[in-house]
Design a protein around this ligand. Structure first.
Ligand code: HEM
Ligand SMILES: *[C@@H]1O[C@H](CO)[C@@H](O)[C@H](O)[C@H]1NC(C)=O
Ligand SMILES: *[C@@H]1O[C@H](CO)[C@@H](O)[C@H](O)[C@H]1NC(C)=O
Ligand SMILES: *[C@@H]1O[C@H](CO)[C@@H](O)[C@H](O)[C@H]1NC(C)=O
Ligand SMILES: *[C@@H]1O[C@H](CO)[C@@H](O)[C@H](O)[C@H]1NC(C)=O
Ligand SMILES: *[C@@H]1O[C@H](CO)[C@@H](O)[C@H](O)[C@H]1NC(C)=O
Ligand SMILES: *[C@@H]1O[C@H](CO)[C@@H](O)[C@H](O)[C@H]1NC(C)=O
Length: 334
């Protein structure tokens, strides 16, 4: 009788220990890791790099477009490739993305190549994160080891995309709040805004600064005058706002710190760019960091990497949450 009791007691302990070990391994698996596909898809890095290289041969701007996709994905329901889903509730139809977010075909092409090599293993969310890293690197920025192991979400969130993504017309206070919400901070606001060192923006996103800014009858006084004149002829009042120009007119395709040197001389393109330096609210928040990055390119490139890793870590789905999508545009059950 006694012996059996002891045996049972030991058995219970064993069960408890097994459960604890099990919980530990679940916890371990719920963290992103740089070697997540080391065994299951060892050529992943090379496949993504090659796909991106091919895309950039045709159009260098694609690097910028893909970095933006990763950002717009991560700010809505976490980095779960929800942005890539088509359909009625598609985030692609939300204000910040409609006729603006681009590069979906490039992600499709890379995903197909990845599926041929290792089918059903690599998430679309991780492909976006890798493509964003390689876009920075191939544009002349620094590289980093990408945290991997995200899984793909089952729903898109158009309302979320409208509410959560920053607008170029937002105040600095609002932009900062939109970064604080998912756990980022003011350093991340400034460093990540530095992604506007590459890529383009449409007249529709800055033409409010050109002719009758805030009802003043004149251009935005924080916009440098020769650039203002340039933009006035590029974006006349009677056009549809679809023409584009470089976010960084100093070195358009190069991932450097000229975005910040531009801000010091009133050459930020979007209002949301220039207010990081010129607004009253910048004085106690972002202005000193803009100044630091403008004189210290290494500090910018280093902080940018840290902030990208932080942004890539926003609410990832891990373990058995979500799924590994076969086609980035639709959930598997559809
Ligand atoms: C701080 C708030 C931000 C606002 C208000 C903002 C707004 C915008 C707008 C309006 C455009 C032009 C889109 C178009 O004309 O179609 C744009 C482009 C871009 N944004 Fe941002 N953005 C912000 C932060 C970021 C962040 C955090 C990243 C990435 C880390 C980023 C990366 C880019 C890139 C690379 C482009 C160029 C895309 C292309 O050429 O296709 N932006 N952004
Ligand atoms: C969409 O995003 C909003 C804003 O964060 C959130 O309140 C809502 O729960 C999300 N909906 C879904 C279906 O995830
Ligand atoms: C933002 O967070 C990073 C760590 O993720 C930290 O190094 C940095 O000092 C923080 N910046 C501010 C303004 O709190
Ligand atoms: C500028 O906008 C203000 C306020 O909307 C308006 O009253 C004014 O007529 C506009 N001026 C010009 C020159 O269009
Ligand atoms: C810009 O072009 C898109 C098609 O790419 C079109 O649907 C949209 O109406 C245009 N925007 C404006 C303001 O006309
Ligand atoms: C670009 O910025 C650098 C550093 O501020 C400056 O020396 C250079 O003259 C600028 N070039 C152009 C084309 O604006
Ligand atoms: C900046 O901070 C100082 C001291 O903390 C404060 O007196 C000042 O009002 C703040 N300025 C702005 C524009 O918030």
């Amino acid at each position: 009788m006694k012996k059996s009791f002891v045996y049972n007691n030991n058995f219970s302990s064993l069960v408890v220990i097994i459960i604890i070990i099990g919980m530990c391994s679940v916890t371990a698996r719920s963290q992103l890791t740089t070697d997540f596909y080391y065994k299951t898809c060892p050529k992943l890095g090379m496949i993504v790099r090659k796909g991106l290289f091919n895309a950039l041969k045709t159009e260098m701007r694609m690097a910028a477009s893909l970095i933006r996709l990763h950002f717009h994905d991560c700010f809505v329901n976490g980095c779960d490739a929800s942005l890539l889903l088509d359909g009625e509730d598609s985030e692609k139809l939300a204000g910040p993305n409609l006729n603006s977010a681009r590069g979906f075909e490039v992600i499709d092409t890379i995903k197909s190549a990845v599926e041929s090599e290792c089918s059903g293993v690599v998430s679309c969310a991780d492909i976006l994160a890798l493509a964003a890293r390689d876009s920075v690197l191939l544009s002349g920025g620094r590289s980093w080891r990408v945290l991997l192991g995200r899984r793909d979400g089952l729903v898109a969130n158009k309302t979320g995309a409208n509410i959560l993504l920053p607008s170029p017309f937002d105040s600095l206070e609002t932009i900062i709040t939109k970064f604080l919400n998912p756990g980022l901070n003011i350093t991340d606001v400034v460093a990540l805004s530095g992604a506007h060192t590459i890529g383009q923006a449409k007249c529709a996103f800055f033409n409010n600064r050109l002719f009758n800014f805030s009802g003043t009858g004149a251009g935005d006084p924080t916009l440098e005058t020769t650039m203002l004149n340039d933009l006035q002829s590029l974006c006349p009042l009677n056009e549809d706002g679809n023409k584009t120009t470089a976010l960084d007119r100093n070195s358009t395709d190069l991932f450097d710190n000229h975005y910040f040197t531009n801000l010091l001389v009133g050459k930020g393109l979007l209002s949301s760019d220039q207010i990081l330096f010129s607004s009253a609210a910048a004085v106690n928040t972002t202005k000193s960091l803009v100044e630091s990055y403008s004189t210290n390119p290494d500090l910018f490139l280093e902080d940018f990497v840290n902030s990208m890793r932080k942004m890539g870590n926003i609410s990832p789905l891990t373990g058995s949450a979500g799924e590994i999508r076969k086609n980035c545009r639709v959930v598997n059950s559809a």
